[in-house]
Design a protein around this ligand. Structure first.
Ligand SMILES: *Cc1c(COP(=O)(O)O)cnc(C)c1O
Length: 433
């Protein structure tokens, strides 16, 4: 069995060797299982050490006292917040990161705090730029916030793969969706997009969009839930980010985070009002006055949380830093490139990405008349292969349900061969052939 996909270029052997070493290290750090995990984009496998760190913390909550244990973990959690900040840009630090329960909850709190109804410098910014591939839960939060603030969501122009078309953005601008004259980027009150969407392994040109937003003075929120840990997230320079633990970071479920640039944080309102995010204003008359946000990113905090899950994420981030984020992303992309080659056409399924897209997400369009949900179920039941079926409700740009396979560094090419073989067996078209 070759663990290293054949590369077309001549000078990649060292990279391949490196990838196999890191792959083996990550495999050995996890318990063996009869399940072929190819589902990191939904929830990756945590290492045994990460699970041990969590269970040890749970025990110490019971033995020492929960709040005492939390105090004891303060340095570890601050280091984890520092790591998240560093992965996103040198302008960010540990104090700019706030843990939440999920990326969705973090995004909702961030939007609630965002001063959308205040006019921007040009006085007429009433549009928020989004992409058709936006994660549906985020879109619901955006729609709710836009309706409350009286602003309109408009789509940035995208290509056939859902990536923002920079040329068109620069030359023609943004259609307002109502037949009015095109809007320029500088007219937007805010831009929001996921760096890598859930339903296609194609990254946005995030750094280029970030540069344009910075030049135009337009704030930018980037959702890194599906990108942090599997692709380069540095150099975007966004105003704020949201992300999650359980996907490419290999942390536990139930933790997400929001990161806000310090100069932006002080302009925000309160995410979720509570004693963790706000204090009472001083009353001067008998008029009701709103609470005052705590300084900095703390205004987005929510308080009670699974500290054990945060400890698990901290441990997983330590493993990621030890391995080297660039080595991990190279390993993941190489596995996905191998996977796209062996999966394209298997059982009549069609790969939707270019073979060398630099992400670990492989999406497959079904042969006619095939139900991805049913195939996902039979692959798990009969082959013990874990992948996702993506329903059309996941994003506005989906026309049909899909299968999604997402290898992490701990996978081997044989896992993808197994899936390709199983697709041939479990897809109706080839069953009769
Ligand atoms: C998974 C995902 C989210 C939501 O993350 P949760 O932690 O489940 O809230 C947001 N955006 C994208 C692109 C995702 O893939």
């Amino acid at each position: 069995m070759t663990d290293v996909p054949q590369q077309p270029a001549g000078d990649t052997r060292q990279g391949d060797l490196d990838g196999e070493q890191i792959g083996q290290r990550w495999r050995l750090a996890r318990r063996s299982t009869e399940v072929t995990h190819l589902d990191a984009a939904a929830a990756a496998r945590a290492s045994e050490a990460t699970i041990d760190a969590q269970t040890a913390f749970l025990r110490s909550e019971s033995e020492r006292g929960a709040y005492v244990a939390q105090l004891g973990a303060a340095d570890l959690l601050a280091a984890a917040r520092g790591t998240l900040a560093k992965l996103l840009g040198p302008e960010l630090g540990a104090d700019d990161v706030v843990f939440h329960q999920s990326a969705s909850a973090a995004f909702a709190a961030l939007l609630a705090a965002w001063p959308l109804s205040a006019p921007g410098p040009s006085g007429n910014r009433r549009f928020v730029g989004v992409v058709p591939g936006e994660f549906d839960s985020n879109l619901l939060a955006l729609e709710a916030r836009a309706a409350a603030a009286g602003v309109v969501l408009v789509d940035l122009p995208v290509d056939g793969q859902g990536a923002v078309d920079l040329d068109q953005l620069d030359r023609t601008g943004i259609a307002d969706g109502r037949g009015g004259p095109p809007i320029s980027l500088g007219d937007l009150a805010l831009v929001v997009f996921p760096q890598v969407p859930s339903q296609r392994g194609v990254p946005q040109p995030a750094a280029e969009i970030g540069r344009r937003c910075a030049d135009a003075g337009v704030p930018l929120i980037v959702d890194v839930a599906q990108s942090l840990g599997q692709t380069d997230t540095g150099g975007i320079g966004a105003s704020a980010y949201v992300g999650t633990s359980r996907k490419w970071l290999c942390g536990p479920r139930g933790v997400g985070f929001v990161v806000v640039r310090p100069d932006v944080a002080d302009q925000l309102g309160i995410g979720v009002p509570s004693g963790y995010s706000a204090r009472h204003a001083v009353h001067t008359g008998d008029q009701q006055v709103p609470p005052v946000p705590l300084p900095g990113a703390a205004r987005l905090a929510t308080g009670e949380a699974s500290i054990a899950a945060q400890v698990g994420l901290a441990h997983a981030l330590g493993e990621l830093v030890d391995a080297g984020p660039a080595r991990l992303t190279a390993r993941i992309a190489a596995l996905a490139a191998y996977g796209r080659r062996v999966l394209d056409g298997a059982g009549g399924w069609q790969v939707r990405e270019r073979l060398d897209e630099p992400t670990g997400i492989i999406t497959l369009a079904p042969p006619p008349g095939t139900d991805p949900m049913a195939v996902r179920d039979s692959l798990y039941r009969e082959e013990r292969i874990l992948i996702s079926a993506i329903p059309v409700g996941r994003s506005r740009d989906l026309r049909e349900p899909l299968l999604r396979a997402s290898p992490h560094a701990y996978n081997i090419p044989a896992d993808l061969d197994h899936l390709a073989h199983a697709l041939k067996v479990h897809s109706p078209r080839s069953r009769g052939a």
